[in-house]
Design a protein around this ligand. Structure first.
Ligand code: UD2
Length: 314
């Protein structure tokens, strides 16, 4: 019997990574997770305990992946596809420590691409971000507008996209970059002050604590459910679409104020809402144009916010 295709998921023990692993295993892959467990958790992959479809290697991608993958590929055979999600995920941390962000986020991408080049990997899918756009006035945001990232985080995501394109055009490594908007869903860790707002609000609402809105709450975001994001990743991981860059969002946006009251309605608890000063350097509005996602990858983010919030709160 032919072996199932072998995919590597860097950051596979994290929030988006672990859902990606679930999806790839469910669609007939063997998966190797590379994770340094700085923020990822083994518990996120506990549902695959004992499965011969999943291997986990503790490895810091920003130090290279050849050594981490050598033993496992000697046993399982060559890596066919890579989803590169391992990253330093905080825009604010990147402002405080740009060099660190560059080493992890841009450096990590180069290590993945070098492996893909050397080993003839058939596809690399990279988690880019809406942070490459900067403060855009006209919504929705299309992929081909001039890019003005406002943080080292956005710069290193953009630099990674350029590296992907270079490896595709110069070395023949097929690559796709997905620009994630505000991803949310189960397993998103609410414990950092820079965690996703939905994870923080859900955590606080469930325990009756106050929700803090930064600024007047009129800022808008395009919240996309993690289940839809992994469908985009799985579509991008297939053959074709090399050098494609595509937004991953819903094309809809909601204000943070509306978000807070929707979560409170769903929880029915006793939490109140307070306001604190707006975060400095923050963008006002964000909403994805999703034509490429639909036309090139055949994916429409269809989870309604209220359904995604229910799943997150459950
Ligand atoms: C998101 C991404 C970030 C980057 C950026 C690009 C997340 C978690 N972060 O940053 O990685 O891609 O987009 O533009 O997806 N807020 C509150 N109260 C809270 C927490 C947040 O009012 O307790 C507000 C916050 O000020 C912002 C909005 O909620 O206006 C969303 O904040 P976020 O941290 O979830 O995500 P964002 O858009 O800053």
């Amino acid at each position: 019997m032919a072996l199932l295709p072998l995919a590597v998921v860097t950051g596979g023990a994290g929030f988006i990574g672990s859902h990606t692993v679930d999806k790839l295993i469910a669609t007939g892959h063997r998966v190797v997770v590379l994770d340094n467990f700085s923020t990822g958790k083994r518990a996120n992959l506990a549902q695959h305990a004992g499965s011969d479809r999943l291997s986990i290697v503790e490895c810091d991608v920003s130090h290279g992946i050849f050594a981490g993958l050598a033993a496992i590929t000697a046993k399982l055979g060559p890596v066919e596809r890579i989803v590169h999600l391992a990253a330093q995920v905080s825009v604010v941390s990147s402002m405080a420590n740009p060099g660190c962000d560059m080493q992890i986020n841009y450096g990590g991408t180069l290590h993945v691409l070098e492996y893909a080049r050397a080993m003839g990997v058939k596809k690399v899918v990279f988690a880019s971000s809406a942070a490459v756009y900067g403060d855009v006035v006209k919504m929705p945001v299309a992929e081909d507008i001039p890019l003005q990232p406002m943080s080292p985080y956005g710069i290193n995501k953009l630099a990674s996209e350029l590296a992907l394109d270079c490896y595709a055009s110069q070395y023949g490594v097929p690559t796709t970059a997905l620009r994630f908007f505000n991803v949310y869903g189960p397993r998103q860790d609410p414990t950092s002050p820079y965690s996703g707002v939905i994870s923080i609000f859900a955590d606080r609402a469930r325990s009756g604590r106050t929700l803090t809105i930064f600024g007047d709450g009129k800022q808008t975001r395009d919240f996309v459910y993690v289940g839809d994001v992994v469908r985009a990743i799985a579509a991008a991981l297939g053959d074709g679409n090399s050098r494609l860059i595509a937004n991953v969002g819903t094309g809809q946006a909601i204000t943070v104020k509306e978000l807070a009251s929707t979560i409170l309605d769903l929880c029915g608890g006793s939490s109140t809402i307070e306001h604190a000063p707006a975060r400095s350097g923050e963008i006002l509005d964000s909403r994805a144009r999703v034509d490429r996602l639909r036309d090139q990858l055949g994916v429409v983010a269809e989870t309604k916010l209220v359904d995604g919030l229910r799943a997150t709160l459950a």
